[in-house]
Design a protein around this ligand. Structure first.
Ligand SMILES: C[S@@+](CC[C@H](N)C(=O)[O-])C[C@H]1O[C@@H](n2cnc3c(N)ncnc32)[C@H](O)[C@@H]1O
Length: 356
């Protein structure tokens, strides 16, 4: 350890040009810090703020190259200042991104205390991030359970292979202009867009902030017209009054719900008497296939048709059935390319149909 303190550093080679690596890393870092209650304000006069207290002040902001932040890690020692650096260096692969915190550690002590801090706060989380459990959870969240990032935004903006399911659900719901539809787990809002063509009103929730943002952007006209509202919320606690909606839909979500009866009861609560629910189930035969690959598969709950029906009845629904539909026609109508149509051959689903 140097007399002045300790330097902690980490780096990674990313197959992106420096400008793209800069944009991506800074954007993702900003979102990740925000999820932890820390605001990262970009630019020459930028700051890092936690609970209204300034933790960092940007001293150098060289776009695509170098950021230097003066960092104050201890509100109880305001004169204690470290330097955080983020460098983007062109490399054989694309860009080497280096994160360094210099002059750090004086507040902790020496020897055993620095070793303890480094082991528990840096080394253990670093290694934990690369365990099957944590990595599998990250990939599952990133791609489907709570989608985030540019790839997920591009997929859920226009999820071509989900349209056959959307079509089945919409044909079962047979929406009319007087309907008020709830969609739970709306992703990028592609099914909402289709549903609204019926002239109905709708509301939707998703617990992914990025999906709420995307669905809002993709349906901005309907929102401006007062026909649609979208909230960031959890399926188990819907932000709506009892008996609000005439119908509800859920697709690609059910398998992720940790307490399905609880979530279905919550949907039932906000449906009017006679309100109908159509939800795509999660079929055990898809486990490990392209429809439910690992590491997602081992994090999904799968239900046999009879079990799914029983759970809906347990949640208080009546006229419950679980149906299969020939998906190929729906896929053709949705514009799925000819070569991919065989993926949709045969009975699809299961689709849960239920009434309050
Ligand atoms: C596989 S995506 C499907 C998105 C969209 N329905 C579609 O089919 O394109 C699953 C969506 O459900 C959302 N979701 C998962 N669990 C949820 C929960 N407990 N509450 C709210 N949204 C949830 C995710 O954030 C994600 O947007």
């Amino acid at each position: 350890m140097k007399k002045n303190g300790t330097t902690v550093s980490t780096s990674i080679h990313i197959a992106l040009k420096p400008a793209a690596a800069f944009k991506s890393v800074v954007g993702e870092l900003k979102l990740a810090l925000a999820r932890n209650g820390i605001q990262f304000e970009e630019g020459t006069n930028g700051r890092v703020v936690q609970k209204e207290a300034e933790i960092g002040r940007i001293k150098t902001w060289k776009r695509d190259k170098h950021i230097v932040i003066e960092w104050r890690p201890a509100s109880w020692e305001p004169n204690e200042v470290g330097i955080v650096e983020l460098r983007f260096k062109p490399s054989m692969v694309g860009t080497e991104v280096v994160l360094k915190h210099r002059q750090w550690g004086r507040l902790i002590g020496e020897g055993t205390e620095i070793a303890g801090w480094f082991s528990s706060e840096i080394a253990a989380p670093f290694l934990r991030a690369m365990t099957p459990q944590t990595l599998g959870d990250w990939i599952t969240d990133r791609k489907a359970r709570r989608p985030s990032g540019p790839q997920s935004r591009a997929i859920y903006r226009d999820p071509l292979f989900h349209y056959p399911n959307f079509r089945v659900i919409l044909s079962e719901l047979a929406l009319k202009p007087h309907d008020y539809l709830l969609e739970v787990g709306c992703g990028g809002g592609a099914m909402l867009k289709e549903a609204l063509k019926s002239g109905c009103r709708a509301a939707a929730i998703d617990h992914s902030p990025e999906m709420v943002h995307l669905a809002t952007h993709e349906n901005s006209e309907a929102i401006t017209d007062g026909r649609l509202t979208i909230y960031e919320a959890n399926a188990n606690k819907l932000p709506f009054a009892d008996s609000t909606f005439t119908c509800a839909a859920m697709t690609g979500v059910l398998g992720f719900l940790s307490d399905l009866v609880d979530a279905l009861s919550e949907i039932r609560r906000v449906l009017k008497q006679g309100g109908r629910l159509v939800a795509l189930g999660s079929d055990p035969t898809t486990r490990g296939t392209p429809a439910a690959p690992e590491p997602m598969a081992s994090r999904l709950h799968f239900y046999e048709d009879t079990e799914l029906g029983d759970l809906a009845r347990k949640a208080g629904f009546k006229e419950v059935s679980v149906v299969r539909r020939d998906m190929e026609q729906f896929a053709r109508e949705a514009g799925v390319p000819k070569e991919a149509l065989p993926l949709f051959a045969g009975p699809g689903g299961p689709f849960l149909l239920a009434t309050k």
